[in-house]
Design a protein around this ligand. Structure first.
Ligand code: 5RP
Length: 235
């Protein structure tokens, strides 16, 4: 019988909890896998573990508060010891696509302020080449159409022809990030060079952040039905 994806997410989250030590300052990720981690962490906090976290989204902050995990702002805590977060895709070099939950901007700021970033994922997230998942790009509302036109031109210059670039929203309502920005999901197919793409997107005025995380994750915990694999980033 196929193992439920939630069982795998829980296995990855349970492994990540083993990395948390007393006194640590933690970055708390966003998404369903990160929320399972919060539940397991909360059980250890109830058992006397002394940690403090900073949340990567309002959703995570609310969940952590409900679970009784102490929180403070990033500015109060940085540098953090460890950030634990999910991902939409990771390759074996631990280059990630993140942002399906719309929290990529704060997730990147928090992870980049941490000594280590653990990524927790079920096996479906580990890919040979990034890009099956549309790349989220967070854009300032001001001049958004002009910014998106520039993104399209830049992608074409990199050889991504006619990619779909879709404003995120549902039922006629535009998605607004916690920082008040819009997200455009760019369906690119296989990403040839993540560093090149990241540099090009970051250079476009009006692009606030993109979902490529390069050189940030230090450890990937990937759960499969036959067990949990831990992949460390090359030093
Ligand atoms: C949110 C993210 C999430 O970490 C990513 O979408 C994975 O989520 P899930 O664990 O629900 O699959 O990047 O912005």
């Amino acid at each position: 019988m196929a193992i439920d994806q939630n069982v795998l997410k829980r296995a990855a989250a349970a492994k990540a909890v083993e990395y948390v030590n007393d006194g640590m300052k933690l970055g708390l990720g966003t998404g369903s896998t990160a929320e399972i981690f919060l539940e397991l962490l909360a059980a250890r906090v109830r058992g006397g573990l002394n940690v403090i976290g900073t949340a990567t989204s309002e959703r995570t902050a609310e969940k952590a508060r409900t679970l009784g995990i102490p929180l403070a702002s990033l500015d109060e805590l940085a540098p953090l010891d460890l950030t634990i977060d999910g991902a939409d895709e990771s390759d074996r070099k631990l280059t990630l696509i993140k942002g399906a939950g719309g929290a990529l901007l704060r997730e990147k700021i928090v992870a980049a302020s941490s000594r280590r970033m653990l990524v927790i994922a079920d096996k479906s997230k580990l890919v040979g080449k990034l890009g099956r998942f549309p790349l989220p790009v967070e854009v300032l509302e001001f001049g958004q159409r002009t910014t998106v036109a520039r993104i399209g031109e830049a992608l074409a210059a990199l050889g991504y022809h006619n990619p779909s670039i879709k404003l995120r929203g549902r039922d006629g309502l535009t998605f607004i990030s916690d920082s008040g920005n819009l997200i455009y999901d760019c369906a690119l197919g296989a990403i040839k060079s993540p560093p090149k793409l990241a540099a090009v997107l970051a250079a476009i005025p009006g692009v606030v952040e993109h979902g490529l995380f390069i050189g940030i994750a230090t450890t990937l915990i990937v759960a499969r039905p036959r067990g949990v694999e831990v992949i460390e980033a090359a030093k």
